[in-house]
Design a protein. Sequence first.
Lengths: 405, 405
Amino acid sequence: MRSCILSIGSELLDGSVVDTNSAFIAGSLSHYGAAPDMIRMVKDNRKEIISLFQSLSKEFDVILTTGGLGPTFDDITAECLAEACGVEVSLNEKAYKHMKERLERAGVTVRDEHKHQSMLPKGCSLYHNEKGTALGFGMHLNRADIICMPGVPVEMKTMFLDEVLPVLKEKFSLKEIIYKDLHFLAIPESDVDAVIRDLKISCETECIINAGSGKVVVKLRGNNNQEIKNISERLSSYFKANYLGDNYTDEAKLIIDLLKEKNQTVSFAESCTGGLLSEYITNISGASEVFMGSVVSYDNSIKQNVLNVPEHILKDYGAVSEECASFMAQGVRNLMKTDYSVSITGIAGPGGATDTKPVGLVYIGVSHKNNTEVYKNIFNGDRYQVRMRSAKKALYYLLNMIKEN
Amino acid sequence: MRSCILSIGSELLDGSVVDTNSAFIAGSLSHYGAAPDMIRMVKDNRKEIISLFQSLSKEFDVILTTGGLGPTFDDITAECLAEACGVEVSLNEKAYKHMKERLERAGVTVRDEHKHQSMLPKGCSLYHNEKGTALGFGMHLNRADIICMPGVPVEMKTMFLDEVLPVLKEKFSLKEIIYKDLHFLAIPESDVDAVIRDLKISCETECIINAGSGKVVVKLRGNNNQEIKNISERLSSYFKANYLGDNYTDEAKLIIDLLKEKNQTVSFAESCTGGLLSEYITNISGASEVFMGSVVSYDNSIKQNVLNVPEHILKDYGAVSEECASFMAQGVRNLMKTDYSVSITGIAGPGGATDTKPVGLVYIGVSHKNNTEVYKNIFNGDRYQVRMRSAKKALYYLLNMIKEN
């Protein structure tokens, strides 16, 4: 299957929007050993899009487009596809009904201008949009199946995985290659790299290391099941304390599952992370069974009055201190009556540093019954990175305490 | 100046890496009204890269490439450019000296394999790399200047802004254009679109609408100062309640500045958003002056015991109700002794819906002294979108209440 991705939208060529859709589609296809041969971005320019449909359809079996499916004047993908194929656009009743239902549900009055979005090439096939108003559509031209999806990432992702990929798999007999991702928490990339080099992986198996968002992901791909199994086992046992486990890609999900199993609960007290840790855990559906809540104690008065951090602790040691982190963790655990609790207090920057307390200094407390532990960290990076790394590290400490109990 | 960007690297076509370089270059060029006409990604494939250099150089005045300049076997940009231009590669002494100095400073022993990186096309021009080891280089082919930069974003950005852009500005007499972005909150894209259509904007001024993250951004570019001013004024007065204001791109920042000015404070009570609203405001440096803190009252016991929502309210109306939202807002305002407060309670999904309460139903309360208002919303989208839209809408309500007081 020779395929290309066409990302449509002037906003991509003036730098207002980074195209993440292509990487998602490319990544999904590469699970089947069918990475696209070309990715190209094109402006909302009628002549150019039509000419691309015509020329690329002679070169590729599949052309996947994203963008230009919305209701506004610069959304012209459907018109261009119709013209390239030599057909008219007309109001597609099924697409219109879907859009109308969605809009009305959101309380938007459907006006005549909205019809523009449902004017699709005559004879096109349709792809359901579970997450938005614009259905996807496809036409066959020259040797190519041209399939047009929305540009909104969440809409495109669901449509691609649930509607488009199954069609491609069937038509081109795509078979999944063996694909294993190993997630490691709180460890430098170079440590993992050194161990991988020693493993002397054969050229049959592709191995990629990605670091980011406070973790290292090792991606293994190929067809040699035994080698991939061996590498996975070696790495996961070598970095046992850091390995997230075979079926998990998210530490918050693992925490929730472990707590559910034990019928236990957790609460958080956040200062410099300002709600980010709570956001990470509540991002997972099902969090409500184990996560009771949290206090974002941004101001010291909240630490004192809501979390019961003693005034003298704040005065003597300051809010960014081991002592304060310890009282915050215990305070929120008592307030919310949970089995576990986590506290974070630190300096995210750019302001707030002192001679003895640099930007990036973060104390993280984890508490369970009579055992409260506080860890001192100094994180690199800007405000966003310090906050993100603090919240991720807190999940790591919590996970380890849950495993130990 | 007709230009294109070529992002070189197999990792871009298997989805392991999102190409952010192109958007950066495109954004910088569009400030000069010279957005690229094409962005294209290509694998580390010798034949394909050479053929692209040859064909694109007939079509464009400038070809900017990123990637493939490093020391490893799959870094082949220089060889390909040389072959396309019909010249040899040879060891470039200046490039080698730069690399050697950088590596030695970092304590790396320079080996013979490192020379590969300094084998450049004979007769090429050089571009300094302030942040890394690989110099950029350029050749002229057919009508095009081909300029090759490294793929590491921080190296590319500095090289492009300091070395490449000045050359392009000079050669193509690029002049900065007028550039105005208008941000509108809590409004459907189609409403803004309808008004823009009525304005009958001339083709002198480019107008792009982007929707996302709960807001609509209208981008105006051109050289007709008067027209851009007129459009800005018409749009901002037409959507007065939704317009963010001339110097703001972030509603949280505006809220912080308005509260600072009035010497007032705010606190939040979050249920379904689970900390996201707090995260939005604490993401801005300086939030600590006005944001006291928040309670993430995920479990009903926290709503009752920490926020003092009466038990009978939870029993009679449920946690997702106008009444509960009202008590939550007042509860957190009393607890944290703030001038304003916001509460959010709803069903983010995918679970939790009932016959009368669908996924996406969210009550948002805003409270100030004796005035507490609750707004009912039904948001479309998945869990993430419902949470994001709820938090963004809450900022909008808060902003309006602050403006009114």
